[in-house]
Design a binder for this molecule. Sequence first.
Ligand code: LLP
Length: 424
Amino acid sequence: MSMSREEDSGLVRERIAGLQVVDLAKKFGTPLFVYDAAVIRARLADLRRFDVVRYAQKACSNLAVVQLLRTGGALVDAVSAGEIHRALAAGYPPSGDPPPIVYTADIFDRDALELVIEKNIHVNCGSRHMIEQYGERVSGREITLRINPGFGHGHSRKTNTGGDLSKHGIWHTQLHDALVEAEHYGLSVTGIHMHIGSGTNLEHLSQVCSALEQAALEAGRNVRSISAGGGLPVPYRPHDPRIDLATYFDLWNGTRRRLEDAFGHGVRLEIEPGRYLVAESGFLICEIRAIKQQGDNLFYLVDAGFNNLARPILYGSYHPISLAPRETAMLRGTVEAVVGGPLCESGDIFTQEEGGFVVKRSLPQAAVGDYLVIEVAGAYGFVMGSNYNSKPYAAEVLIADGEPWLVRRRQTYEEMMAWDMLPD
Ligand code: LLP
C-alpha cells in the first residue's frame, strides 16, 4: 500500500508503494525515478466526470506510464512527432471518434506534418500557418483550434501560456480569420481548445470558461468538442490545498450545457492534464555522497542533479525531500540543510527559490550513504532531464501491484556517446 504524505513524518520515508527505498536503490542503482501506479490510477479516477481525460504525455512519456493511462481509459495528447510515435508504441490507435491521439502545437515541424497526414492523426492548430500547411495537403479532415484568450496564468512566468507575451494559440481576435482559412481549405472546425497555463488556480481556470464559450459560439454549430486544456495544480508543499474538482467540473459542465443548448446537439467535454495525473506518483531517489559545512550552510550533496530534475533551477520549484536511512530507522535530530547535486554549476541546488536564491530545508541528520527521496517528481522530471556533464539518463521503475518493473534502464556510457562521430 502506498504511504501518503500524511502518514509519514514528511521527513523520513522508508517505503514507496510498500517497497523499501533502500532495496529499490540497491537493486536498480541511483539516481532512480520510481512511479507508483496506484497513485496514477487514483488521480485518473478523480477525473472520471469528464467525457475524455486526455493525458498530456509531455509530463512523463515513459511508454509504461502512457500504456497504464491508456488501459485506465485515458486518451492522449502529443506535442511532437516523437510523442505521436510514443502514443502509437503504447498501443493507441492513430484515429477514431473521439480521436485517441491529438497533435497540439503552434507549428508543424516537417516530420510532424508528414506523420499526421500519413497516420490521419487529429490536429489541434495553434497558428494560422498550421491550418494553411495542413490544408494545402489534405482536404475534408476535421481540426480543432487552440485559442489564446488574451490572458493567462501559471506557477511561473515560464509556464503561463496565455496573454500577449505567450506564443501559444490563435489570438482570440483572429479566430474569424482562422475559420475563414479553414473553410477555404475544406477543413471542418469541430472543436475549441484553451490552455492558459500550468499550476494555475480555480479562479483563473474558471475565467477560461466564458472565453471558451465565446470562441465556440463564434466557431458555430460544427463544434462538437471543447477542451479545458491542462494546468490542474497539485499539492507540492505539505499544506497546499487540493483543487476542488467538483467546482471545476461544474463550471465546465455549465459551459458545455449552454453550448449544447445553443447548438442543439451534444458537446464533448475534454480535459488535458499532465501534472495532475503523474506528479504525485513520482519519486527521485538519490544517494548522499558528501556532506559539507560551507560557512553557515550545511550541504547534503547527492548523486542526482538538475540533469535529472530541472524544475528547481528553472522555476524555483519546491519539491518535498525526505530521508531514507541506509540502516534501519533510528531517532535523529533535525538540521537545516541545503541539498545540491553533482554538477559543475552552482545552480545545481534542489532547495532554491525562483531567482536562484538558495534556501535551507529542515531535514533529518544524515550520513553519507543515506538516501534522499525527492518527491512529487513524476511530472516534468525525467522528461526534462539531460546528459549535461555527461551524466547518463537515470533509470525509471514503475511499481504496480507491489511489483517493481524496470520501465527504462539506466543509459550506459557507450549509449551516451553513441551518436557522437569523429571526423576521419
Ligand atoms: N495542454 C497543453 C496545451 C499544454 O501546453 C500543457 C503543458 C498541458 C496540457 C499540461 O499541463 P499540466 O496539466 O501538466 O500543467 N515544465 C513545466 C510545465 C510546462 C507545461 C507545458 N505545457 C513544469 O515543470 O512545471
